[in-house]
Design a protein around this ligand. Structure first.
Ligand code: PLP
Length: 445
C-alpha cells in the first residue's frame, strides 16, 4: 500500500511520465492533480479532493463517470472476448455499432471504418478522399490531390491531420513534414480575419472559400471543417448558415466535404451531430471522443455509399483501402459505444439539453461585464471565454503572463477542473450534469 501514497505517485509521475501538450519544466514545478476515481459529474484525486469535471475529461464524458450500464457492457464483453481483429474477420459489437451509427448519422453516410482516436479518424478520411479520386475512371480527376482547411483548424496530431491543421503554435514546427494544404479564413467573428463587422460581412469568408475553390477545384480532393465550432482554436462559433454554404460550394465544385465531428458530435452542440443544425450531409464524417461516452478509445470514419463503392473491384485492380490498425473495431470499445448510445435514448439526453443550454446562456451573461473578458462564445454545451488585456482594443494577454493557467489553478482550488486554450477559458460540462452542477461550474469560474 505504501507505493500508493500521493507523494510517491507525484514523484513517479514527475520522474517517468511525459504529459501531452504540457511544458514539462513548468509541470514539474507544480503539484499535479492525480485522479483516482470518478462518479457522476465529479472526479476525485488521490488525496480524496472532489472536483466537478468542467471539461468532460477532454470533451469525452457524456453520461457521467462510473455509469453502471456502460461499465456492465464492457465487463460483459470482456467475459466473451477482449479483442479480435477486423482484418478479414468480424465481431458482434462492431457490426451492431456500425448499424446503429448508420441509423443515427445524417442520411447517406452508410459505411463505417473504425479506428481509435479523432486523429486517426481524420487521417483515414483524408486517405479515403484522396484514394477515391484516384480510382475514378476519368483521368481528369487524378489531379484532385489537395485539401482545403480553415485557418485555426485543429484536426488532431498525426502528420496527415496536422497537415490540415491551422494553429501555428502546434503545427508550424512540423511544416517541412506536412503535405501542402490550401487554407481559407475562418469565421472568427470577434477577430474577423477580413476586418469586417458582423453587420456588414455577409459571410465574406465563404466568399473567400468560393474564390479558392473556383480557381483550384480541379486539384482539390476535399474540404475539411469542424462543423459549427472550431474547438481547439478557442470555441470559435461559425455564424448560422456557414456550414450549409460550405456544403453548397463543395457540391457545386465536385469536392468531398469532410465533417470532423470529433469534438462537436454526440450532443455537444445540442443536437446529436452538429451537421443536423443545418441539415448538412457530408461525404465523410469523423467521430471519436463522445462515441464511447469517455469509457474507451474508439473512433469511426463514416462514408457514403458512393465513396465505398469506388473501392470495390477485383484483387488485381488494387482498389482496396490498405489501411487498418491492430485495434480497429475493438469489441470492448464498440460495446462501450453501443451502451453509450442506448443511454442517449433511454435517458432522452438530447431532449434534456435545451434547458441546460439556456441556463448556460443566461448564466454566461455576467461574464460579459468583466473587465478582462473580451468575448463569450457558446454553442450548445460548448463555451469559450476569451480573456483580453484590454477590452477596447482586444489586445490579448502576453503568453508569458500565463493568465488562463492561473485562472484554471484557482478554479481547481475551488473544486472545478477546466482547461484553457491559449487565452480562452473553455467550459465543456458533462451533458448529464444537473442544473445545480452547471450553476457550480459557472459560479466557480
Ligand atoms: N478533431 C477535432 C475537431 C478535435 O477537437 C480533436 C481533438 O481535440 C481531434 C480531431 C483529435 O482527436 P484525438 O485527440 O482523439 O486524436
Amino acid at each position: 500500500m505504501d507505493i500508493l501514497q500521493p507523494e510517491q505517485l507525484e514523484h513517479w509521475d514527475k520522474e517517468y511520465v511525459w504529459h501531452p501538450f504540457t511544458q514539462m519544466r513548468e509541470y514539474r514545478k507544480e503539484k499535479p492533480l492525480i485522479v483516482e476515481r470518478g462518479e457522476g459529474s465529479y472526479l476525485f484525486d488521490v488525496e480524496g479532493n472532489k472536483y466537478l469535471d468542467g471539461i468532460s475529461s477532454l470533451w469525452v464524458t457524456v453520461h457521467g463517470h462510473g455509469k453502471e450500464a456502460i461499465n456492465r457492457a464492457i465487463i460483459e464483453q470482456l467475459d466473451k472476448v477482449a479483442h479480435s481483429t477486423l482484418l478479414g474477420e468480424a465481431n458482434i459489437p462492431s457490426i451492431l455499432l456500425a448499424k446503429k451509427l448508420v441509423e443515427i448519422t445524417p442520411p447517406g453516410l452508410d459505411y463505417v471504418f473504425y479506428s481509435e482516436s479523432g486523429s486517426t479518424a481524420v487521417e483515414i478520411a483524408l486517405k479515403i478522399a484522396y484514394q477515391y479520386w484516384q480510382q475514378q475512371g476519368d483521368e481528369k480527376y487524378k489531379s484532385k490531390r489537395k485539401f482545403v482547411s480553415l485557418v485555426n483548424a485543429y484536426h488532431g496530431d498525426t502528420i496527415g491531420s496536422v497537415s490540415v491543421g491551422g494553429i501555428d503554435l502546434f503545427h508550424k514546427i512540423f511544416s517541412h513534414l506536412l503535405f501542402e494544404t490550401l487554407s481559407v479564413p475562418a469565421p472568427y467573428c470577434y477577430r474577423c480575419p477580413l476586418d469586417l463587422s458582423k453587420d456588414t460581412c455577409s459571410m465574406q469568408c465563404v466568399g473567400e472559400m468560393e474564390i479558392l475553390l473556383a480557381r483550384h477545384h480541379r486539384e482539390i480532393a476535399g474540404v475539411i471543417v469542424e462543423p459549427l465550432v472550431q474547438g481547439a482554436a478557442g470555441m470559435i462559433v461559425a455564424p448560422e448558415g456557414y456550414l450549409g454554404k460550405v456544403r453548397e460550394l463543395c457540391t457545386k465544385y465536385n469536392i468531398l466535404l469532410i465533417a470532423d465531428e470529433v469534438a462537436v458530435g454526440f450532443g455537444r452542440t445540442g443536437k446529436l451531430f452538429a451537421c443536423e443544425h443545418e441539415n448538412v450531409k457530408p461525404d465523410l464524417m469523423c467521430l471519436a471522443k463522445g462515441i464511447t461516452g469517455g469509457y474507451l478509445p474508439l473512433a469511426a470514419t463514416m462514408a457514403t455509399g458512393e465513396i465505398y463503392n469506388a473501392f470495390l473491384g477485383g484483387i488485381e485492380e488494387c482498389k482496396t483501402f490498405y489501411h487498418g490498425h491492430t485495434y480497429t473495431g475493438n469489441p470492448l470499445g464498440c460495446a462501450a459505444a453501443l451502451a453509450n448510445l442506448e443511454l442517449f435514448e433511454k435517458d432522452k439526453l438530447i431532449e434534456t439539453l435545451e434547458e441546460k443550454i439556456s441556463f448556460l446562456t443566461h448564466g454566461l451573461e455576467r461574464f460579459k461585464e468583466l473587465k478582462h473578458v473580451g468575448d463569450v462564445r457558446q454553442k450548445g454545451m460548448m463555451v469559450g471565454i476569451e480573456l483580453v488585456e484590454n477590452k477596447e482594443t482586444k489586445e490579448p494577454f502576453p503568453v508569458r503572463a500565463n493568465i488562463p493557467h492561473r485562472v484554471i489553478l484557482e478554479a481547481r482550488k475551488n473544486g472545478l477542473i477546466i482547461r484553457p486554450l491559449g487565452n480562452v477559458i473553455v467550459l465543456m460540462p458533462i451533458l448529464s450534469m444537473s442544473l445545480s452542477e452547471l450553476k457550480d461550474v459557472l459560479d466557480i469560474t
